[in-house]
Design a protein around this ligand. Structure first.
Ligand SMILES: Nc1ncnc2c1ncn2[C@@H]1O[C@H](COP(=O)(O)OP(=O)(O)OP(=O)(O)O)[C@@H](O)[C@H]1O
Length: 452
């Protein structure tokens, strides 16, 4: 195995002859040396070693182990991932174990067998590298592709993985989800993960008057209409080489739907008032909260355009269906807004948590974000209450979510048994088979759960 380029071996040994010997027997590893705590810390800061071999008896008190333990503590403080191999005296089991308890990777008794030492160092390097790689992968997974998107919900995480998977392709993606569910965040994430060189450009088709939308999208030539004093690029051309997000595409007027379809088929545009066809390489992401199938049935959306846009359809779950996310997001937003406002980060009071868990979130994450901003401003004594959120706990309006695991388990078991019995028309033997349990166990459960 070769030495990792950026992380040398640090040898801490005050006996210079021994230091030399160690360096020599470990010469296949790039190494630096130190002979006391101060120089070890200095070398550590300078070189960021992956592995350290260390004598416990260091000056000024070579006969005790106090300096050695001090050194071990300091190095692990600087990098808890570093692998320290402690070299102890013969029969010094107690100190060896103490070092391991403090976080040392391994110990060897002096005089050290060079082959054993070399092997131990190599193993330490391998472990260090694996842990680094692991950390790198974890960071990548929770990377900023989604610009700080927060979720622990399985459905939403599936959406993120799906976006990451389709990102490198050129497929047109249609994001379906209620307002405020994070469609724009996901479209931007798709662009970032695609590594396309051009820009991410978003246009809200519902927010621009129909008369202006065509020139917004396709651009115009000088003199195309009154006020067109110079040629201007449209959003499609601006996004050339990148990604174009057509938000609220369900609201695109019919004449523009025809023009967009032509663009998606031929990948060329003509600016308003222009005659030249301009080839464009752009990844298109459509997004809408509308039911496009219903709009097709009503004759308000072109079916052929739908199939051009819907190469990949991603359905984004509304916030009320994301388990635990409302409270998770609330903590995150409380932290963010309080930090921005240079105020202490408030805690969520119990009635606030309950109200957050039961609210229906018609405006999804955007609604929650606004609510938390207001609450951080309103909150007194570092606590956000349901009243600060403007969510009065409505007595009896929603049942409180059950958190009792036994009750949840009983309910799930009851449902499975009732379903199995229904499927097998009350046949206990077949129901037990279906459930993967024995017949007596099924009888016991039927009794315990009081299933009639
Ligand atoms: N999971 C999330 N974690 C953190 N912030 C989020 C998350 N989802 C959305 N947001 C934030 O909520 C706001 C609304 O998100 P976004 O604009 O992406 O929603 P949208 O679905 O595109 O809304 P609309 O349909 O109304 O355009 C943004 O400020 C966004 O940063």
């Amino acid at each position: 195995m070769s030495t990792p380029r950026h992380a040398p071996l640090l040898i801490v040994e005050d006996d210079l002859a021994l230091q030399k010997q160690l360096k020599w027997s470990l010469d296949r590893f790039e190494s630096v040396a130190a002979d006391d705590v101060a120089s070890a810390v200095l070398q550590f800061r300078r070189h960021g070693p992956a592995v350290v071999t260390m004598d416990l008896g260091l000056p000024p008190d070579q006969d005790s182990v106090s300096e050695g333990f001090k050194c071990l503590e300091r190095l692990l403080e600087l990098d808890p991932a570093v692998k320290v191999i402690v070299l102890t005296g013969q029969n010094d089991q107690e100190n060896a174990l103490r070092a391991i308890r403090m976080g040392a990777y391994d110990f060897l008794a002096k005089p050290v067998d060079p082959d054993v030492l070399s092997l131990t160092v190599e193993r330490a390097y391998r472990l260090y590298e694996l842990q680094q790689e692991n950390r790198r992968l974890q960071l990548q997974q929770s990377s900023d592709v989604f610009g700080g998107l927060i979720t622990r919900d399985a459905g939403m995480q599936k959406v993120c993985r799906m976006i990451e998977r389709v990102a490198p392709s050129d497929a047109t993606v249609l994001l379906l989800g209620e307002s405020g569910t994070g469609k724009e965040v996901l479209a931007q994430g798709l662009h970032d993960a695609s590594k396309r060189k051009g820009r991410f450009v978003a246009i809200n088709c519902a927010a621009i008057p129909e008369t202006l939308l065509e020139s917004e999208l396709f651009g115009y030539e000088k003199g195309a209409f009154t006020g067109a004093t110079k040629s201007t690029l449209g959003k499609i051309e601006t996004a050339n080489g990148g990604t174009l997000m057509l938000d609220e595409i369900g609201d695109l007027p019919m004449p523009l739907q025809a023009k967009l379809l032509r663009f998606l088929q031929e990948r060329v545009i003509e600016r308003v008032g222009g005659r030249q066809e301009i080839p464009i390489d752009v990844r298109v992401v459509g997004a809408t909260h509308q039911d496009l199938k219903a709009r097709i049935a009503d004759g308000r959306f072109r079916e052929d355009l739908y199939y051009r846009l819907a190469e990949i359809v991603v359905e984004i779950p509304p916030l009320r269906d994301r388990m635990g996310d409302a409270v998770l997001l609330s903590h995150a937003f409380a932290r963010r807004f309080a930090t921005d406002m240079r105020r202490p980060v408030p805690a969520l009071a119990e009635d606030a948590v309950r109200a957050l868990e039961t609210h229906r979130w018609p405006g999804n994450v955007r609604e929650l974000q606004n609510m938390l901003k207001r609450a951080v401003i309103m909150a007194e004594d570092d606590r956000i209450t349901a009243a600060d959120l403007g969510l009065q706990a409505r007595a009896g309006s929603e049942p409180e979510p059950v958190l009792d695991l036994r009750a949840i388990r009983d309910e799930a078991e009851r449902r499975a048994i009732v379903t199995a019995l229904a499927r097998t028309d009350g046949n206990i033997v077949r129901a037990a088979e279906l459930l993967g349990i024995s017949r007596p166990t099924l009888y016991d459960m039927i009794n315990r759960l009081n299933i009639k």
